[in-house]
Design a protein around this ligand. Structure first.
Ligand SMILES: Cc1cc2nc3c(=O)[nH]c(=O)nc-3n(C[C@H](O)[C@H](O)[C@H](O)COP(=O)(O)OP(=O)(O)OC[C@H]3O[C@@H](n4cnc5c(N)ncnc54)[C@H](O)[C@@H]3O)c2cc1C
Length: 351
């Protein structure tokens, strides 16, 4: 297929060219997508991926853009904004708490920054429900819909912006919990354009990681098994969690860096494994601003942007953090965000 026939096939989905992406990210920075389409159904999601692949056009799927930095040059190929939103509550399933240590790290020191340990608990019930959720479904909508019906588990992720696809892609975490705890299997469009299911065991979930970061399968929907826990307790935890999260700056991409490992923490003799603590107390960079990007005064691992910011401003702030950290601690922080539209050379000082 040529790019002309791709354009013709996808035109009915309101295909746009050179479409500004900044407004589709929480950082509100970044250049245009060569092609852009917003999809609201499974059929349109699949159709647009297959048409682009047939025309040899690169595909990038975004959800709420709350964990990405888009280059000021923009993104080549087709950017699909995934708004395919559906929640289907199915039959009972057998649940036992998944106590895998996805973190492999100590949690953030509870005396520092945002601690969630005070409201944490494990749901010990075995009564549970299978729920299929499409990848473009907003996480906040999912949490509200399910908890209202007594289907619990997602309360730990209240206040996190994004879609179910983005949440599974990075195995989001809230306090000591990871979304992988509740995933049974994922429906994907694989590299051969087949719709297929992949079981949890094959998804390599880890801290900030799933197999989708290293393959070209796209997440279409996710099948979860959620406990039917204590609804009031879950509601209370969700409300308190969201309240604490609302104190974090939303003009950011969340925490920019992964916590350091326990081994690194011990070796460096640091009180906390959180980059919020390190950037503030050890590097002394809290509040530092370059252009319209600033290391947040509220939480130093968050970078805030203001009107007129560019992704170059964010990169420069990250370069400052990396070089100061290299000089003072001998390590470079590992970003928790995904860079879209950059080449390796542009990121060589921060990764
Ligand atoms: C204020 C704030 C607080 C946050 N707090 C937390 C927190 O507590 N815990 C946490 O873990 N994260 C947190 N985040 C980060 C972010 O919200 C999550 O990672 C979120 O799940 C990203 O979802 P998204 O839909 O916005 O994904 P996007 O940012 O749009 O995309 C992220 C990545 O996923 C890929 N992707 C998205 N959908 C698909 C799909 N269907 N198939 C294949 N790949 C896909 C994209 O290509 C991209 O590489 C926070 C962010 C903000 C702004």
């Amino acid at each position: 297929m040529t790019s002309n026939s791709f354009e013709k096939e996808i035109k009915p989905l309101e295909l746009k060219k050179d479409y500004p992406l900044a407004k589709h990210t929480t950082w509100k920075v970044g250049g245009p997508a060569e092609y852009f389409v917003e999809v609201k159904t499974k059929q349109d999601l699949i159709k647009s991926i297959i048409a682009a692949r047939k025309a040899d056009i690169a595909v990038t799927i975004i959800g709420w853009g709350s964990n990405i930095l888009v280059s000021d040059k923009g993104i080549k190929g087709l950017v699909i904004k995934n708004s395919y939103s559906e929640i289907n509550i199915l039959e009972e399933c057998s649940y036992s708490p998944d106590k895998t240590n996805y973190a492999r790290l100590k949690q953030v020191d509870s005396s520092q920054y945002y601690s969630f340990t005070d409201i944490d608990y494990i749901e010990e019930t075995s009564v549970a429900r299978k729920v299929n959720i499409s990848s473009g479904t907003p996480l906040p909508l999912t949490i509200n819909t399910l908890i209202r019906q007594g289907i619990t588990g997602l309360q730990w992720f209240s206040g996190i912006p994004g879609t179910i696809g983005g949440a599974v892609y990075n195995n989001i975490h809230g306090g000591s919990h990871f979304i992988a705890e509740f995933v049974s299997r994922v429906e994907v469009l694989d590299e051969n354009n087949n719709l297929t299911w992949i079981d949890k065991e094959q998804l390599d979930f880890a801290y900030d990681y799933s197999i989708f970061q290293t393959n070209t399968n796209y997440i279409v929907s996710v099948e979860f098994c959620f406990p039917i826990g204590d609804k009031d307790k879950a509601l209370a935890a969700s409300t308190e969690w969201a309240r604490k999260k609302s104190l974090q700056p939303s003009n950011s991409a969340g925490c920019t860096y992964q916590n350091i490992t326990e081994t690194e923490q011990e070796k460096l003799g640091l009180e906390s494994n959180s980059w919020g603590y390190i950037i503030d107390k050890i590097l002394g960079l809290k509040g530092k601003q370059i252009g319209q990007a600033k290391i947040s005064d509220k939480h130093a691992a968050f970078i805030e942007t203001y009107p007129g910011a560019t992704s170059e401003d964010v990169i420069k702030v990250m370069e400052l953090i990396a070089s100061t950290s290299k000089e003072k601690l001998g390590i470079i922080p590992h970003p928790e965000i995904f860079f879209l539209g950059f080449n390796d050379d542009e990121l060589k000082h921060i990764k």
